[in-house]
Design a protein around this ligand. Sequence first.
Ligand code: NAD
Length: 385
Amino acid sequence: MAKIADLDAFEKIQEEEKVIDTSKKVKIGIIGTGWIAENHARALLKMDDVEIVALADLIPGKAERFAQRFGIENARYYESDEALIAAEKDLDAVSICTYNTQHAPCAIHALEAGLHVMLEKPFTVTLDEAIEVMKAEKKSGKILTIGFQPRMSENMQMIKKIVQSGELGDIYYIQTGGGRRRGIPTPFGTTFIEKETGGIGALGDIGCYSLDMLLNAVGYPKPLTATGYISDFFGKDPAYYPNHPEYAEKFGVDDFAAGFVRLEGGIMLDFRISWAMHMNTCGDALILGTKGGLRIPSTDCWNGEFKTPLTIYKTLCDEMVEYQVPMKPAADFFFKKMRSFVDAVKEGGKATVPSSEIVINQAIIDGLVRSAKLGKEVEIEIPEV
Ligand SMILES: NC(=O)c1ccc[n+]([C@@H]2O[C@H](COP(=O)([O-])OP(=O)(O)OC[C@H]3O[C@@H](n4cnc5c(N)ncnc54)[C@H](O)[C@@H]3O)[C@@H](O)[C@H]2O)c1
């Protein structure tokens, strides 16, 4: 036991000792200065080799107020992504923190201007948009990474390690779980729930994380067909928002989604996600393989934190056995996400969460929406970029 503790300490020291070259500062602009931009700014401000040089928001004065709150000095302010990109000739990268429907246009503008891009999740609203962004990425040769910080969790990484180790055999069924009982995200306004700004609801907001957790573990196989269901019973109910019954009128996205997706390699994906329901959870996430099964405890937040350990189920000498995987401590996932992006920009590295993977995530979301609208199974095709 002592040895393991020593090893942990050694790894920690190694991590802390990584020397950062501060002689060249990476110049970053933040596009969209709402809630999530605060997490980006907090992380970037901890880095001695980064300068936040420009900020943009469509709401006049919002970017300035944001900068003042965070003590960001000598920055320039703009009222759109396009104005920032046109004026800032010395930028290396942008963090795109706009609401969902502005992800694609902002990413395309930035990539076309030769900038590296950290794009918040979900990738986009539709598959077509994701493909257009990827075309711009390919043409630019710049880094595009999608902001899935749960990928930075060592517990999350463990899921992939277990599957890839072969311990579970061939995977044939994966099930997403979790979901919120009361969690339509309206504490800071209605940008998540309006069609014009959010575009998609629970499906894109936390559905993309739940899909990523399992699809990343099994190597992001291509989706073939989808049967989807979406509903909006809670979002459309004025009683859901005692202090803001008018939000019900504005609600234009999904608050619950479910579906079956056939994946290449004979894997069936059983999906469900919720912002609101009369239930505490959609269950644990499961991965079933020919030699073992993995239970991933239910989580409603999808922020990369695990409160209880993963459990593996197997047969050993004809006995059914189960064992738990030791949990790793939580870390500052936002810092790790932003640091890995800055490192890639500085060192000419690759995206930590590349579009080539997340386009599959987006294609599934897109397929589930199309199927739900048509009321039947649909085929999923991802155009080549
Ligand atoms: N990674 C995470 O954990 C996490 C958490 C919350 C939100 N998000 C994602 O971050 C995004 C933003 O969420 P939020 O809560 O900050 O939303 P928000 O609505 O509070 O902020 C978005 C801001 O972007 C601005 N904006 C929109 N289009 C713009 C443009 N073209 N140019 C300049 N400014 C523009 C808006 O005026 C607004 O102030 C969403 O896509 C959401 O899914 C990620």
